[in-house]
Design a binder for this molecule. Structure first.
Ligand code: NAD
Length: 486
């Protein structure tokens, strides 16, 4: 049985109270191991270690030295690729096929991508005229913000955590990470990699536990934390924002979505079907950017529904190790219950179930796992809860539309504003529609195509702030103006 310890000041530690919780594999509900739940004492030790590290060798390193160290971290993750892959797939149940292409390589790349961008980004400079004629020189100078709390979710555990840790460290901060209670493994393994690469103690710390009255709350409420970056549900984001208001600490929030896919009759149907299948079902629908509301122009509505149904029914579910598997279970029993409650609600709200809607027969071995069927509905009213609330499962609703104005209004009729996908071969229409959608990222004829140099974040209740590329500088550094009277 594995043990997942906290990683504090370069050491793997259990907890003062000896408190543990179970980590189970969602494929068959088998026990992976026990996780040591950090209490206030461990969270405090982690924050103190992170603060002390700012004054130690880390704080004295040049930017180039830090970048070289982070490069080593990226390379070491790739050298230990198989261990990261196994750990991530055990925790989440996702297919190796997906995690080996997305989660682990992108998790490693996050330690390289931002370093270069941040190092090469200039600050501003202004010469100011003064009455004596001698003038003054102003220039911007960036310093690290300090100790950053990183609160991350379970759907892409390593990738979404390093998406924050990479730029935080590249900017010279130190971090205390609170991974999701569902997926403690890769954050813990990364502690070992940090030690192997010679990252000074206290720079990267991990505390395990839950949200309220546990490590998550203890960390975000800790006065020694200078800023909090969070990815997760919008309601949790609100709680974290309240915690951050004490001491006026900065936040970056990447929250939920209820993303539209808009399919015009002039689309390339093959591309639209392939893209929508991925955006609705990949990672068992547990992608914040995924499409749960699909709007299809009426002339191609029936054909689209039939082709998406055929595609969904071909998806193969199974064990992560099987090479031809497209689809794993949901992350946990609790999440399975939540998704199934929406499957029942859809029927109560009058949906026509085009495919799925229940639990697949996975055989006796996998019966206890968190499996649900990929599901497609039509016929729901625009105010149905299934249309308005984020489900975060392998499901979507398809509705016909008649005009561009109508579909823009429908797409924007949501509290969320994370992403959208537009399918059309008319590029004027594509940009006209994209510009009117109230989202942080809009794909045209693609989905989840990410250039790490670009801004990432949500509009409306999908988040606050932008990370990615140089945009992370706003959050991970303090910009000071230095004014020199000449
Ligand atoms: P969650 O909000 O339940 O948990 C996220 C993290 O917050 C976990 O580590 C959890 O332990 C912690 N947490 C919970 N309550 C807390 C509290 N009171 N104080 C401090 N920490 C607390 O989210 P989840 O279920 O892990 O993830 C799924 C959600 O994440 C979905 O809503 C999804 O859309 C969103 N998400 C958003 C993005 C994005 O980039 N916008 C990316 C991935 C996931």
């Amino acid at each position: 049985m594995q043990e997942f310890k906290n990683f504090i000041n370069g050491q793997f530690v259990t907890t003062e109270r000896g408190q543990t919780f179970e980590n189970r594999n969602p494929v068959d509900n088998s026990l992976i191991g026990l996780v040591h739940e950090a209490g206030r004492a461990e969270v405090d030790a982690a924050v103190q270690a992170a603060r002390a590290a700012m004054q130690g060798p880390w704080g004295k390193m040049t930017q180039q030295q830090r970048i070289a160290l982070l490069d080593k971290v990226a390379n070491r993750i790739n050298e230990r690729f198989d261990e990261f892959l196994e750990a991530e797939c055990k925790d989440t149940g996702k297919p190796y096929k997906i995690a080996s292409h997305i989660d682990i390589p992108r998790g490693a790349a996050n330690f390289k991508a931002f370093s270069e961008t941040l190092a090469n980004h200039p600050t501003e400079a202004f010469k100011l005229d003064t009455p004596d004629g001698a003038s003054a020189l102003n220039y911007g100078h960036r310093t690290p913000k300090g100790v950053i709390a990183v609160i991350s979710p379970w759907n892409l555990p390593l990738l979404l955590m390093t998406w924050k840790v990479g730029p935080a460290l590249a900017c010279g901060n130190t971090v205390v990470v609170k991974p999701s209670e569902e997926t403690p493994a890769t954050a813990t393994l990364l502690g070992d990699v940090m030690n192997e690469c010679g990252v000074p103690e206290g720079v990267y710390n991990v505390v395990h536990g839950f949200g309220p009255d546990s490590a998550g709350a203890f960390l975000t409420e800790h006065k020694g934390v200078d800023a909090i970056t969070f990815t997760g549900e919008t309601r949790t984001g609100e709680t974290i924002m309240r915690a951050a208001s004490v001491g006026l600490r900065n936040i970056s929030l990447e929250c939920g979505g209820k993303n539209p896919g808009i399919v015009f009759a002039d689309c390339d149907m093959d591309k639209a079907i392939e893209g929508t299948l991925r955006s609705a079902f990949v990672n068992c629908g547990q992608v914040c950017l995924g499409t749960e509301r699909v709007y299809v122009e009426r002339p191609i509505f029936e054909a689209f529904v039939q082709r998406l149904k055929a595609g969904a029914e071909k998806l193969k579910m199974g064990r992560p190790q099987d090479a031809d598997v497209d689809f794993g279970p949901l992350v946990s029993q609790e999440h399975k219950e939540k998704v199934l409650s929406y499957y029942r609600l859809a029927v109560e709200e009058g949906a026509q179930v085009i495919t799925g809607g229940g639990v697949p027969d996975m055989g006796a071995d996998l019966e206890a796992g968190a499996w649900v069927e990929p599901t497609i509905w039509t016929g729901l009213a625009d105010d149905a809860r299934v249309i308005r609330e984020e489900i975060f499962g392998p499901c979507c609703h398809i509705r016909p539309f008649d005009t561009e104005e109508e579909v823009i209004a429908l797409a924007n009729d949501t509290d969320y504003g994370l992403s959208a996908a537009v399918w059309t071969e008319n590029s004027s229409r594509a940009s006209r529609v994209a510009e009117q959608l109230e989202v942080g990222i809009c794909w045209v004829n693609s989905w989840f195509l990410r250039d790490l140099r670009t801004a990432f974040g949500g509009a409306k209740q999908s988040g606050i702030g932008r990370e990615g590329g140089v945009h992370g500088l706003e959050f991970y550094t303090e910009l000071k103006n230095i004014c020199i009277k000449l």
